[in-house]
Design a binder for this molecule. Structure first.
Ligand code: SF4
Ligand code: SF4
Length: 278
């Protein structure tokens, strides 16, 4: 079973919920897909056993044989290539714009003028946090293309025999779509504030559009604040778990030491509810 944990915005406790849920599973694999800002390792404190480079293919032009026809630049919808013909006879490549789509290599009519070469944009770290199989994608600083890294995490690193917890990036962008696509259940983590509610609505729209099963977890829940409960009731969405706000919890969080054991039974109940709904 694959469960994605996401939220409409950062700072709502998404990683708290994802790591505590992983801890409560009997046979868990935790995958941190928030490759631009992975922080699950801070709480799970895994022992990293292997680090693998993550490469994408980017074009490399040999100007000695290039005819400067400009076909590669025309084919690049991301404007990552510029070709200057006579008299300059020069090409320019902007790697930060490149999406490694391969279109430029496909259209180049001169054999060997444009070849695709590997470029390391991040790393994949694999290890163990007690009984939790731990995998984490990490983009190099300045790299913007997390989608391909997430796609690789899902294609090559998921262990289907485990209960897989995918810690998604926040928001509703293509990285989130890539993470939650094809999972069995999506947990939307929110907090009872007007900002939390407004971002939650966007996430709900996304998971509904994608036809995924989902439910809400309210972090920092306060009994006298019914903002999220009212919305969920109106929309017919189930709130599966409410993690109460407590000073003690906030202090543990600030020290990157979550009270895993204290809440283990609550998260086991949450997991059971998800299993029943999948
Ligand atoms: S398509 Fe090939 S030959 Fe034409 S400008 Fe690009 S690299 Fe050079
Ligand atoms: S691989 Fe795609 S995005 Fe990158 S330069 Fe070539 S056409 Fe542009």
């Amino acid at each position: 079973m694959k469960i994605a944990v996401t939220s409409g915005k950062g700072g709502t406790g998404k990683t708290t919920i994802a790591t505590m849920l992983a801890y409560a599973c009997d046979n868990p694999q935790y995958i941190d897909c928030d490759a631009e800002e992975p922080n699950g390792y801070l709480f799970l404190k895994p022992k990293i056993e292997r680090v693998e480079p993550f490469n994408v293919l980017v074009p490399k032009i040999n100007e000695d044989i290039c005819t400067f026809c400009g076909k590669c630049a025309d084919a690049c919808v991301y404007k990552a290539l510029v070709v200057m013909g006579e008299p300059l006879k020069k090409t320019m490549f902007f790697d930060e714009l490149c999406h490694s789509c391969g279109a430029c290599a496909y259209v180049c009519p001169v054999e060997g003028a444009l070849v695709e070469v590997p470029d390391e944009i991040g790393k994949i770290k694999i290890g163990k946090a007690q009984y939790i199989d731990f995998v984490m994608g990490e983009l190099n600083i300045g790299e913007a293309s997390a989608t391909q890294l997430i796609a690789s995490l899902k294609k090559n690193y998921i262990n289907e025999s485990k209960t897989v917890i995918l810690d998604s990036p926040p928001g509703t962008s293509c990285t989130v779509v890539e993470t939650i696509e094809g999972v069995d259940y999506v947990l939307l983590v929110t907090e009872p504030t007007s900002f939390g509610l407004s971002d939650l609505k966007l996430s709900v729209e996304l998971v509904r559009d994608m036809g995924l099963k989902f439910g809400i977890v309210v972090n920092k829940y306060e009994e006298d604040n019914t903002l999220i409960d009212d919305y969920a009731k109106e929309e017919g969405i189930e709130i599966l778990f409410r993690l109460p706000f407590s000073k003690e919890f906030a202090e543990s969080y600030s020290k990157s030491e979550l009270p895993f054991e204290k809440f283990k039974d609550d998260f086991k109940d949450l997991l059971k509810k998800i299993e029943e709904r999948v």
